[in-house]
Design a protein around this ligand. Structure first.
Ligand code: PNW
Length: 490
């Protein structure tokens, strides 16, 4: 760093984001749109599951209306404009765009909705970042086995092609699949509409997700020259650290299993499954009498096909956990968000880390800097976009000091990673623009920087303190901003 920039940094309190750094907020179609059965839209697996299992959701709710963004997208644009974000990350609902799940029928109303949204964003100077798959799979595809069916590679490729050809003239940043870890591992433990199979189905899913992502990357090659966009996958990476001395080795294996399994095939120089994970599952499969490893090996061709299928690295980050090996006979894996049964590893939040009320989110801001360092060390100097980061509360209030604190501290660590560790983070996304349907938690877990009144037919949205804070961060491109005051209460 030259003397001039050192001085400039010092003058600004050293909390400035680099030139060209982008800020955004994120949502997902199923969590905000509502209008689950309008026009020719078909039901998704989450429509079916929430309607059939109200007893498994604390408030018995569904996302039939949610934030009503299908009708209230103009209010969403106004909020985005007010925040001053550079981009908005949202997802396109597969069953709204392709009601049969396949490209034989393209919904004109679906196309119109997303065209209107994309055009309005651009007219307001906000770039659309689009997630192709954020979990709302059409019922028909789900009934054919979803991600456990190898034809998903073709079906997903077809979906991506439709999106590139319809929207790619204006959408320049694509994320193929949101969080393979949740789509495969957590779902296979019976979370939400997941198909419970932690031994075989889980790894088939991961394999097909990676191949489907690579298929979308390949298809984007047909559009790349004309559209000049970029594409990656949105992984979920936690930071894991040893619970105590002696837990280092199992911790590194957990990092490779939980993060590397979805990253090594794409981002490493050599491609393929992380070697330590591949060896581990191959051995445990052999010991259990399986013919083929439960983590099915990739062919040389498949390794090459997936390797390098990215233009940047994207990940969602919320929290960290500690790791230790389970003691003989100790049960592992009672909770889908903790433990790694495959490795007989116990994982949990460290006592002393403040915990959000949703049960899995521990606040450990240093974890963000550490996972960024781990990614750089494992995969080199790749441009990184943080595609989600945020904090959950359960009580409605505009005075969300906990959330504001979370953002301030995580952003501080992000800056340290950029400045001290030389990690190439180019964009940061807050989850979420507004309170929304938080999957199996219904509306009881709130991640929004805007409050939404779900008892109001108008779904009134109001900025929380954290929204005013984020707006100032974006405006000044720095963290040297005071905590805002907010007079309003609900
Ligand atoms: C993500 N964890 O899910 C999803 O991408 C969003 O749709 C969701 O609303 C948001 O994070 C908040 O939950 C996650 O246990 C679920 O670390 C669980 C974890 C992380 C992300």
């Amino acid at each position: 760093m030259c003397l001039y920039s050192l001085l400039a940094g010092a003058a600004a309190g050293h909390h400035r984001f680099p030139d060209g750094f982008k800020f955004g907020v994120a949502t997902a179609a199923y969590q905000i749109e509502g209008s689950w059965n309008v026009s020719d839209k078909s039901p998704s697996m989450w429509d079916d599951w929430t309607q059939q299992n109200p007893h498994l959701i604390p408030d018995g709710s569904t996302a039939e209306v949610a934030c009503d963004s299908y009708n209230r997208w103009e209010e969403d644009i106004r909020m985005l404009k007010d925040l001053g974000v550079d981009y908005y990350r949202f997802s396109i609902s597969w069953p709204r765009l392709l009601p049969t799940g396949l490209p034989n029928q393209i919904s004109q109303d679906g196309v119109r909705y997303y065209n209107t949204l994309i055009n309005a964003l651009l007219q307001n100077g906000i770039q659309p970042y689009v997630t192709i798959y954020h979990w709302d799979m059409p019922r028909r595809i789900y009934n054919m086995g979803g991600w456990q069916n190898p034809l998903m590679i073709t079906w997903f490729g077809d979906l991506a092609r439709v999106m590139f050809s319809l929207f790619g003239d204006r959408v320049k940043t694509w994320l193929t699949i949101n969080e393979p870890l949740l789509v495969c591992d957590v779902s296979s433990q019976g979370w939400g509409p997941g198909k419970k199979d932690t031994e075989i189905g889980l790894h088939l899913c991961t394999r097909h997700v990676l191949l489907a992502h690579a298929r979308a990357y390949e298809i984007y090659g047909e559009f790349r020259e004309q559209q000049k966009g970029r594409l990656s996958i949105a992984n979920q990476f936690m930071w894991y650290e040893p619970e105590g001395p002696g837990d280092e080795e199992i911790t590194e294996l957990v990092l490779q299993y939980m993060n590397g399994r979805h990253a090594h095939p794409i981002f490493s120089k050599e491609g393929g499954w992380p070697p330590a994970v591949e060896r581990h599952v191959a051995k445990s499969s052999r010991d259990a009498g399986y013919g083929l490893s439960r983590l099915p090996p990739f062919s040389e061709e498949e390794i090459e096909y997936i390797r390098g299928s990215f233009d940047f690295l994207a990940f969602n980050h919320y929290t960290s956990q500690t790791v230790r090996a389970a003691r003989p006979g100790e049960p592992v894996g009672g909770d889908a968000f903790f433990d790694v049964p495959e490795l007989r590893a116990r994982t949990q939040g460290r006592p002393g880390w403040p915990a959000a009320e949703n049960g899995w989110l521990y606040v450990y801001p240093e974890g963000l800097r550490k996972i960024l360092g781990w990614l750089k060390q494992n995969y080199g100097d790749i441009d990184i976009i943080i595609t989600e980061n945020g904090y959950s509360t359960s009580v409605r209030s505009l005075q969300d000091d906990d959330r504001l604190h979370y953002y301030r501290e995580y952003l501080k660590q992000l800056l340290l990673a950029i400045e001290e560790d030389g990690v190439n983070v180019v964009a940061y996304t807050a989850w979420s623009l507004m309170d929304n349907f938080e999957w199996t938690d219904g509306y009881t877990s709130k991640f929004g920087i805007y409050d939404v009144d779900f008892s109001d037919p108008e779904r009134r949205r109001r900025p929380k303190k954290s929204a005013l804070f984020y707006r100032e961060v974006i405006r000044t491109r720095s963290l040297d901003v005071p905590d805002p005051h907010i007079k309003d209460e609900l």
